[in-house]
Design a protein. Structure first.
Length: 183
């Protein structure tokens, strides 16, 4: 799907959150590709080529999810691998690079992350997964037009800012321009 490829290149966190949403769509339609085509793909496809391409993309996602037994919960291995990369980078920025700005962002967000972890069903997840799931939760709340309190919005912002910094470093790492000498 073109949107997924574009997000993967431009903002890896948006890509992960987008994929979380697509996995939930597949589950909501109980892995029924015909229904996904009818209700998700056809309404937005502008031509037959786009329809075919998006159907093929969803077929691949359905196949992956079934093969990895993700019918109830969880995320495909490709997405989990990226989350692991982000987690390694997070730890590298804190320890090896000793990135002072990132350390400050991490300290500012640590209380919020721990509170979110305690209130959620994600107690076994690392901080990067917590922040990604929090951003996904915010998206779902907005889609459902649920009110977000100013305190919750502030908590989301703290995590969003830290995640944005990490995403920028991730893309620099991937294109070979990340250097600890710049910190």
């Amino acid at each position: 799907m073109l949107i997924a490829r574009q997000k993967q290149q431009e903002n890896i966190a948006e890509y992960i959150i987008y994929m979380y949403q697509m996995e939930d769509i597949v589950r909501a339609f109980q892995f029924d590709l015909d229904k996904i085509v009818e209700f998700i793909i056809k309404p937005v496809a502008t031509n037959d080529e786009e329809l075919t391409s998006n159907k093929k993309w969803f077929e691949g996602l359905v196949r992956q999810m079934k093969a990895q037994r993700l019918d109830q919960k969880g995320h495909i291995a490709d997405i989990q691998d990226i989350v692991i990369e982000l987690s390694y980078l997070h730890n590298t920025l804190l320890t090896v690079y000793n990135d002072e700005k990132y350390k400050t962002l991490n300290e500012q967000g640590s209380t919020t992350i721990e509170e979110f972890k305690a209130k959620s069903n994600l107690k076994d997840k690392n901080n990067i997964e917590i922040m990604l799931h929090a951003m996904y939760m915010k998206l779902l709340m907005r889609l459902k037009k649920q009110e977000i309190s100013s305190e919750t919005e502030e908590a989301f912002d703290t995590m969003r800012i830290q995640l944005a910094y990490l995403v920028k470093a991730y893309h620099q790492m991937k294109n070979g321009t990340l250097s600890y000498l710049q910190n």
